[in-house]
Ligand binder design. Structure first.
Ligand code: ASP
Length: 584
């Protein structure tokens, strides 16, 4: 006998009268009077099995002993339900069972396998195979599959080919630490796991594979930060004989295709594009959330010179206008002040101005500023009667960051960040380099293979910080979903870039000699990008955490609590690898 003729989500009124067989898990068992109902579940859905005392007492007695999550095979006849359940796809029918087999028993699961479970995160991660049985988790995993398939379809149709690149490699600098793997056969030597396939995809361009992509695991040994995973998946892409515009067009096409195919959302117009400078100055972030406006404005000019020392001495004073919230209580405003004073935000204080409905103004700096002055502030920040102005000051960098965070906090509080709304954009014209105070040297803002804008090439010697790159990020709803750049393809320029980044010639050769060698043999102009697949799926799934859309994720401390990894290895293994553990 076959295990099943149908899945548990498949039967409808059309099947009434048919003899069928289902296999699945016992979701719920209800004994009522002389009857037993069992909801049988598989990944397709749930069907109701019916047993009754009168027709078959033995069978009913057998059914009543079944426990939650037992694996069952049931055969019977489909009939119309008297008590229909409109919330269930199979809710019009039930199966009058004539034979039930327990294929396997189950212990009582440690949490309920329901949409709203009683299990906390830790226990669900310990028993992830049970958590994965729950509808919301399963839906995320299926969505992930659909998106990967849709991406592959689009790229395949556009002429891209998927090529695998190695996982045991030598370090590629993408700004994080490498995970390293000792080599037994080469005692004292190590592989690194790729932070991305960056150099390999560039070598594929040199090799003539002018449209490459890969759905690929990347590994970054970063400090623990919310919602980061040490291993994550990229949709990694590279193209030859392209300019930035070709790349933006191609991948805007991919994003639109995915929105349409998976979410049914049609973006007719081109995605907005914003320079890095504008994003930082208007939103305090290089990944602005454009689901709501509330732009940051510089009001330094308007507020200085009134003997308010804090503003007079500040490098930058900026504010946001919160529509219709002049009515905010003192308590709420105090809470916002505390918010910007949190160490991770770092503002000293916050000034507010209420634009009262009667045209007057009330502020926390009334001693220094007249009604006329405050009116000017309001005009500069585009406020009208009834609005609330929030103003911060300090260094330009920190203040813009703090205003950006305050803007997002207000967006959260006012429920302006609707998960069903999508606001994609490109951020372009990133600076090539960033000065790092700690190490006293330049870092590549994207990575060392990114090309300066040709018109800025000369500035590389005289004014490196003002050099912009042909580098771009793709942002949805305040999350960086992807990024890339046009690459350097000239060996001398690449050598110069390494030098600017503080590599000696020997270091650059030892680490990247193979790339510069490859550039001697006809490297074409090329560029590309990579998308953070986990995050993209999480956004489409309406999830706050990428863990929701990864089958077996690690926790915030980088641990897999189910398999208990990382874990020590035996002394024999260490010996094989010529390694010893140094105790502090
Ligand atoms: N390899 C880069 C990254 O992982 C993406 C790219 O430049 O294509 O961010």
């Amino acid at each position: 006998m076959a295990y099943r003729t149908h899945t548990c989500g498949e039967l409808r009124s059309e099947n009434i009268g048919q003899e069928i067989i289902l296999s699945g898990w016992a979701q719920k068992i209800r004994n009522l009077g002389g009857m037993t109902f069992i909801d049988i579940r598989d990944r397709y859905g749930i069907s109701q099995l019916f047993f009754d005392e009168e027709t078959n007492a033995d069978l009913r007695s057998k059914a009543s002993k079944i426990g939650r999550e037992f694996v069952l095979q049931a055969s019977g006849v489909v009939r119309e339900r008297s008590n229909k359940n409109p919330n269930l796809d199979t809710g019009d029918i039930e199966i009058v069972v004539n034979e039930i087999t327990v294929l396997n028993k189950s212990e009582v699961p440690p949490f309920t396998i329901e949409d709203e479970t009683d299990g906390g995160e830790e226990i669900r991660m310990n028993y992830r195979y049970l958590d994965l049985r729950r509808n919301p988790v399963r839906d995320g995993i299926i969505l992930r599959h659909k998106m990967a398939k849709s991406i592959r379809n689009y790229l395949d149709k556009s002429g891209f080919i998927e090529i695998e690149t190695p996982v045991l490699i030598k370090s590629t600098p993408e700004g994080a630490r490498d995970f390293i793997v000792p080599s037994r056969l080469n005692a004292g030597q190590f592989y690194a796991l790729p932070q991305s396939p960056q150099v390999f995809k560039q070598l594929l361009m040199v090799a003539g594979y002018d449209k490459y992509f890969q759905v690929v695991k990347c590994f970054r040994d970063e400090d623990f930060r919310a919602d980061r995973q040490p291993e994550f998946t990229q949709i990694d892409c590279e193209m030859a004989f392209v300019e930035q515009e070709d790349i933006l067009q191609t991948f805007e096409g991919l994003a639109k295709h995915l929105f349409r195919d998976v979410k049914g959302v049609d973006f007719k117009d081109a995605f907005p594009r914003m320079t890095y400078k504008e994003a930082m100055e208007s939103y305090g972030s290089d990944k602005p959330d454009l689901r709501f406006c509330m732009k940051i404005n510089d009001i330094s000019e308007v507020v200085k010179g009134k003997d308010f020392k804090i503003f007079d001495e500040a490098e930058y004073i900026g504010g946001i206008c919160v529509e219709g919230k002049a009515s905010h209580s003192r308590k709420k405003i105090d809470a916002l002040t505390k918010f910007v004073q949190r160490p991770q935000i770092g503002s000293k204080g916050m000034v507010y101005v209420k634009c009262n409905e009667d045209g007057t103004f009330k502020s926390s700096v009334d001693k220094f500023y007249s009604q006329e002055d405050l009116k000017l502030w309001a005009e500069t920040l585009g406020a009208k009667a009834g609005d609330l102005l929030l103003v911060l000051s300090g260094t330009k960098k920190q203040t813009l960051f703090a205003l950006g965070e305050l803007r997002l906090e207000m967006g959260n509080q006012l429920e302006l960040r609707d998960k069903n709304k999508f606001a994609p954009l490109w951020v372009v014209d990133f600076p090539l380099l960033e000065w790092d105070e700690k190490t006293n040297r330049f870092h590549a803002m994207h990575h060392p293979f990114t090309a300066p804008k040709p018109e800025h090439l000369e500035l590389l010697d005289t004014d490196p910080v003002s050099v912009n790159a042909n580098a771009y990020d793709f942002v949805i709803n305040g999350s960086e979903i992807g990024g890339g750049s046009i690459r350097i393809f000239d060996k001398d320029l690449q050598a110069k870039m390494f030098k600017t980044l503080g590599f000696t010639e020997e270091e650059a050769n030892a680490q990247f000699g193979f790339l510069m060698d490859a550039f001697k043999y006809g490297a074409p102009p090329h560029g590309g990008c990579a998308f953070g697949f986990d995050r993209w799926v999480a956004i489409f799934n309406g999830s706050d955490s990428i863990r929701d859309v990864i089958a077996f994720p690690k926790n915030n401390a980088g641990r897999d609590v189910m398999i208990d990894s990382p874990a020590p290895v035996s002394n024999d293994q260490l010996k094989d690898l010529s390694l010893g553990i140094v105790k502090e």
